[in-house]
Write a protein of this length. Structure first.
Length: 284
């Protein structure tokens, strides 16, 4: 079935939190994202006695959660009030039908698969669908997820999805599903762009004469620190950039290159466009 996350929860009211969940939560497939979500749920008060994990090859970290009361790979299935799917998009056609036993007409389906449309999910798993796109900083509780709901999703079901998704970071809601391909390109794939920046900044430091280990440390801490400053500040990124840039100084000299005609702006537009196009291809 690939990496599949299936979560069964009780229906919540419109002001739901994880503490409101009274029913059984079933997580089938505890890969990196599913495992991060599970860890977030437990850390934020979801009762481990009400959690079932279905994972053929659990990591040591997931296996250790059994000692907290999480039930790992029990026999039988349960009907889901909410079904969250985190299968790789390429394997969804094979894995989707295996999820049928978890679904009844009232089940809410929450998908975190890139490029998989609400219509595709409705055809396989049911009619009440929330499509969501998280990103990898969810592993440390600093992710951002963008979600869009089908028209027949109730306020209570949307609140349930919101509570589950917020366990790994911020959640933004949109009304137009067509924007999800661009969301995937910006925030879903975005962490890789930042890691590449750290990688290339270190490489440039070596080219400028720094020892490799020192260049790597400087690049890593600079990117991490700047990201934290951006997170904590209410100022726009452009203002923070301007605050670091003295006219005629070293930063200005570097930015003349990065912001030139063939600089970062054009490269980023092309990169996001390529990722957006690939997300659309995955939906075909």
């Amino acid at each position: 079935m690939g990496i599949i996350a299936v979560i069964v929860v009780a229906t919540l009211n419109s002001s739901s939190s994880l503490q409101d969940i009274a029913g059984t939560t079933v997580l089938a497939g505890a890969g990196k994202m599913g495992g991060a979500m599970l860890t977030g749920w437990l850390a934020r008060g979801l009762d481990p006695q009400r959690v079932i994990v279905v994972e053929p090859s659990p990591s040591p970290e997931i296996s250790a959660l059994a000692a907290q009361g999480v039930r790992l790979n029990p026999q039988g299935t349960a009907t889901a009030d909410t079904l969250v799917i985190a299968v790789k998009p390429q394997t969804f056609r094979e894995a989707g039908p295996r999820l049928k036993p978890f679904v009844d007409p009232t089940t809410l389906v929450v998908s975190i698969m890139a490029g998989t449309t609400i219509a595709s999910l409705q055809a396989v798993c049911g009619a009440k669908v929330v499509r969501a796109m998280p990103n990898t900083p969810a592993a440390i509780g600093r992710g951002v997820t963008v979600a869009v709901a089908a028209e027949n999703v109730s306020a209570a079901q949307r609140a349930a999805a919101d509570a589950l998704l917020k366990a790994t970071g911020a959640v933004e809601w949109i009304d137009d599903e067509a924007l999800m391909d661009a969301v995937t390109a910006v925030s879903g794939s975005g962490p890789a762009y930042v890691f590449l920046l750290a990688e290339e900044l270190a490489r440039a430091g070596v080219a400028a004469g720094l020892p490799e280990a020192l260049a790597a440390r400087l690049a890593r801490e600079t990117v991490a620190g700047a990201g934290e400053l951006l997170h904590r500040s209410e100022l726009p990124a452009a203002t923070l950039r301007q605050n670091v840039t003295s006219p005629g100084g070293t930063t200005a000299a570097a930015l003349d290159v990065l912001m030139g005609h063939e600089g970062l702006q054009r490269l980023m537009i092309r990169a996001v466009a390529a990722a957006t196009a690939r997300s659309k291809d995955l939906a075909k």
